[in-house]
Design a protein around this ligand. Structure first.
Ligand code: AMP
Length: 140
C-alpha cells in the first residue's frame, strides 16, 4: 500500500532536495515547490503512511503539533490575512503525493490562490521564503 519511493519519502531520506524550514524526531517541514501562495509550507510525518488513517495517533499528534508551530512562524514571517491548513486523503480528494502531509497556505485578502501543484516557484524566491520562516522559528 505505502510506496517507499514516493517524492516525500525520498526527501525524508535526503535523496531529493527541499527547502527545509523545520525538523524534529517525528516530522519535517519544507516549502511547497509549487506554492499556492507565498509562504506555502508542507509538514510531513517521518512515519511512513499514505493517508491520515494509516498514521498512528502519536504520529498524528506530532504532525499537528509541528503544523501549529510552523504555521505560527509563517504568520509571523508573512503577516497574511489568514492561513488555511489542509490535508488530502486519496486522489479523489486531490492528494497527489501518497505520503501523509499537511498544507499550511497563507491567505492574502487581495490575492487569489494559485492552482494546486501547478506553477513551479523560482528556487531563489523559495529559498528566501524558507529563510524568513526559519528566522521566525528561531525567534519563537
Ligand atoms: P497533495 O496534492 O496534497 O498530495 O500535495 C502535494 C504537494 O506537494 C503539492 O502542493 C505539490 O506542489 C507539492 N510538491 C510536489 N513535489 C514536491 C517537491 N519535490 N518538493 C516540495 N513540494 C512538492
Amino acid at each position: 500500500m505505502y510506496d517507499p519511493n514516493n517524492i516525500f519519502a525520498r526527501i525524508l531520506r535526503g535523496e531529493l532536495p527541499c527547502n527545509k524550514v523545520y525538523e524534529d524526531a517525528d516530522t519535517m517541514a519544507f516549502m511547497d515547490i509549487m506554492p499556492q501562495s507565498d509562504g506555502h509550507v508542507l509538514v510531513v510525518t517521518k512515519e511512513p503512511a499514505a493517508e491520515l488513517f494509516d498514521l498512528s495517533d502519536a504520529g498524528a499528534e506530532a504532525a499537528i503539533r509541528t503544523t501549529k508551530r510552523v504555521a505560527r512562524a509563517v504568520r509571523a514571517a508573512f503577516s497574511p490575512d489568514g492561513i488555511s491548513i489542509g490535508q488530502f486523503n486519496g486522489a479523489a480528494a486531490g492528494q497527489t503525493v501518497p505520503h501523509v502531509h499537511f498544507h499550511i497556505v497563507p491567505r492574502y485578502a487581495e490575492r487569489t490562490l494559485r492552482g494546486h501543484g501547478s506553477d513551479m516557484q523560482d528556487p531563489e524566491i523559495l529559498s528566501q521564503h524558507a529563510e524568513r520562516i526559519v528566522a521566525a522559528l528561531r525567534e519563537a
